[in-house]
Design a protein around this ligand. Structure first.
Ligand SMILES: [Zn+2]
Length: 135
């Protein structure tokens, strides 16, 4: 039987159980707010990328604005898109050479690398954000 939290007027609720944050979040702690928010969106599948758009806004474009791959997926942005090759080589490959999503998401170092990568590329930020210029 599922337990339900009961509330009573005037009686404070008991504190929520303390939980551990995933290592990727621990690694990203203290990062820029927008990049941190983007990391959470990536982890939860709510990033502003094609795979999200297909699901929630099927009439809007779903391709990668960097190279045209359709639909744009999380693994494409992190592992494959040629537009982000330089940033990927600078921030992700030194930490996780095979760019494994499970390693990037499952370690503190992966979180630190992802937050730096996302801050630079600004992919998956809100569509109103400034576009990335790979230089
Ligand atoms: Zn692309």
């Amino acid at each position: 039987m599922a337990q339900r939290r009961q509330t009573h007027p005037g009686v404070p609720s008991p504190p929520l159980p303390a939980g551990k944050f995933p290592l990727v979040i621990t690694g990203a702690a203290g990062g820029p707010r927008k990049a941190s928010a983007m990391l959470i969106r990536l982890i939860t599948g709510h990033a502003f990328i094609g795979s999200y758009t297909v699901r929630f806004h099927p009439r809007k474009p779903t391709h990668c604005p960097g190279c045209g791959t359709n639909p744009q997926m999380v693994d494409h942005v992190i592992q494959q898109c040629p537009r982000y090759a330089r940033a990927r080589a600078t921030y992700l490959a030194p930490v996780v050479p095979d760019l494994s999503l499970s390693s990037l998401r499952g370690t503190k170092e992966g979180g630190e690398a992802l937050i730096k990568f996302l801050e630079v590329i600004k992919a998956c930020f809100s569509p109103n954000e400034q576009a990335f210029d790979p230089g």
